[in-house]
Design a protein around this ligand. Structure first.
Ligand code: ADP
Length: 308
């Protein structure tokens, strides 16, 4: 195989109660990427469409991941990479993760499946370090594994795939404002009361049980975040109105996607996803902020090969 084209999904991390421990992948929003072997022995980004991103191979996540994998494998070829971004970086929808996980998946294919999934994940996590300074697993794990994932442990790295109920859909609104990762981190308390912790892990258990048994009501009841949302929602204009609109119109639950500014709602059925999209639109239509709204199924398999 000398060339391949892939689709690498957008991802929603945290999923309300699962701060830094849960994420899921979207079926119909993500990046298209092409990887082509070259005999220069170099990793090059040759095209970026849809976003203003670095071309340097130590700054662009896709190139950094590819370069390291090829080096570690002692490969006798280089790679030319094309990236077509379908949504903006900095959205809270795992833009760097889509690139990093996409590169890990594709380079593994070009190396005839040399690496296990967990090894690919570790390379993708290195990509997250390039993007944001730390090796966070949630978005990249969701992109690589698909569906819902639980990061049960970092040492050792333990990723648990959670089944996705067939009628689960998601609506996302991306208000196009910038939230600095530093601000989003700094606003969180360093410690939380025991009572808060108990309700949080009870909800994570409820969410996992609901996903396993396709109990949509239980999923909805569990999409409650006592730890992060009360602080971070201040950064997102009209957050309370968006959440109220989602719940009033029949969403199972709603919350902040990653560290924001995107807001997601999980819903039962494709029609409901459209209804919530309209409700989100009502909240934002008169605001001065630019925004995009997406509806999608949950990606069952993560990154996929496109037709070449
Ligand atoms: P979000 O998860 O909010 O979409 P990220 O945390 O993924 O955003 O961060 C995007 C950051 O990563 C930007 O600063 C961007 O310049 C950097 N970056 C480097 N390479 C890439 C890439 N290939 N795709 C996306 N972002 C990249």
């Amino acid at each position: 195989m000398d060339q391949l084209q892939i689709f690498s999904p957008a991802t929603v991390a945290n999923v309300s109660c699962g701060y830094d421990a849960m994420a899921f992948a979207l079926e119909s929003l993500g990046d298209e990427m092409t990887f082509r072997k070259n005999d220069l022995g170099k990793t090059r980004i040759v095209k970026i469409e849809g976003a203003d991103l670095p071309f340097e191979s130590n700054k662009n996540v896709a190139a950094a991941v590819a370069k390291r994998m090829l080096q570690d494998a002692g490969a006798n070829f280089g790679v030319d990479i094309e990236i077509v971004k379908k949504y903006k970086p900095g959205s809270g929808l795992g833009s760097s993760a889509a690139s990093g996980a996409g590169a890990a998946f594709a380079i593994n294919q070009l190396l005839n499946n040399r690496y296990t999934k967990l090894e690919q994940l570790k390379y993708a996590m290195f990509g997250e370090e390039v993007a944001c300074g730390s090796q966070i697993a949630d978005n990249v794990a969701a992109a690589l594994y698909g569906g819902f994932v639980l990061i049960r442990s970092y040492e050792p790295l333990d990723i648990v795939s959670i089944p996705t109920p067939s009628q689960l859909f998601v609506t996302v609104i991306h208000p196009q404002i910038e939230i600095k990762t530093e601000d989003a981190r700094n606003i969180l308390p360093k410690e939380i009361p025991m009572k808060t912790a108990i309700s949080q892990w009870a909800n994570v258990g409820g969410l996992i049980a609901g996903l396993h048994s396709s109990d949509y009501d239980l999923i909805g009841r569990s999409l409650t975040d006592h730890v992060v949302e009360p602080y971070r929602k201040k950064f997102i204009p009209h957050f309370d109105a968006l959440k109220r609109a989602a719940l009033d119109h029949g969403a199972l639950g709603a919350g902040i996607s990653g560290s924001g500014p995107s807001v997601f709602a999980l819903v039962k059925g494709a029609e409901m996803a459209e209804k919530i999209a309209a409700a989100f639109n009502e909240v934002y239509k008169d605001s001065a902020i630019d925004y995009r709204i997406y509806t999608s199924g949950i990606a069952k398999t993560g990154i996929t090969l496109s037709n070449e």
